[in-house]
Design a protein around this ligand. Sequence first.
Ligand code: PLP
Length: 387
Amino acid sequence: MFRRTFAEINLDHLAHNFFEIKKVGGEGRFICPMVKANAYGHGDVDLAKHLENVGATHLGVCLIEEGLLLRNHGMKSKILVFRGFDKQGAQKIFDAQMTPVVSTWDQLSALESVADETIKVHVKFNTGMNRLGFAPQEAEKLRTYFKNSKKLKLKAILSHFYCGEDAVSTSGLSAQQAKIMTEVFSYFKDDGVFAHLLNSGGIASLAEASVKNDPNHFLNKENWGFRPGLMLYGYSPDANLKAMNLKPVMTFKSVVNNIRQLQPGETVSYGATWKADKPATIAVVPVGYADGVHRLLSNRGVAMFAGQQVPIIGRICMDFLMLDVTNVVKDKNIQKFNEEEVILFGYDQNGNFLSADVTAKAAETITWEVLTAVGERVPRHYKGGQA
Ligand SMILES: Cc1ncc(COP(=O)(O)O)c(C=O)c1O
């Protein structure tokens, strides 16, 4: 490695979060860790392997290609493929023994046409997100369909919360979705079918004391299966939901490229959007928007330098960004900082922490995007995870 910019992935934190999620679910809860989008930027093959090592039996991907990658690397779990597919895709899903999540009649036909033995399928219902899934009104017709199908066996039904963070409330949007899902479920329950519904928002809500202790809360009415994404990687979907003890898995870091001293009036980076109003010390860091540092963080974001949060100044470049480290360096010998570690988010060597939530807020986006945006050219280094 010629550039010391990388993402450090803590597999022990991943396992910790997985067990935290299991604890909320209790015995016998269906859990499908979502490892789509390169495991939210953390590296899907390595994470999926570790999740299997610590007991995961299912893995959720979006693309057929993502599922094939995991199969080709020896993953034995049931791999749920959430995105739709055509006949060619159905063939691949069947050949690689993956589990299709079906949202249309065409997809059912495609599966019928490629299967020469039973395929277990999960069927998605649209309960308000209006993205994928059958209309709830089709539940009865689908039940009849599966009763008559020789090849397709319905294993589970599912839906997706679009405001999962409000699931604590019994009068929110998630409550409405769960009500619809409960009605849909009533058609299938006696057929040995289960239902999965809860993303991080739903799971974090279920963990809150007010919900946990209320047997009549809709989240407790069914043994809704879990599909955790964000929280598996250590972040809560909402700052108000903090009952779970989650540990961020990724630290995105770099090392100072060079330190420069500027005179008042000198500017930094393209467009000269930052000007020193007094003598300033800046650190040039070899990481930029091509690595996934959002350009909106220019003159707005922070990074951690020598244990302290410092501002990103000037426009973020493709390969570099600059930090104002004047207050940290002060009258110290600047040579001392020539090799200083810089944390874009995550932990420094002394355990100081900068949250990806802070980065997301400054970039006017969400933590999901900050994590998944970490670029392909940023090597992932794995630590921990001794089975
Ligand atoms: C169908 C489905 N289930 C679960 C998840 C996980 O969501 P989260 O990362 O909010 O836990 C996603 C992510 O977008 C999803 O698309």
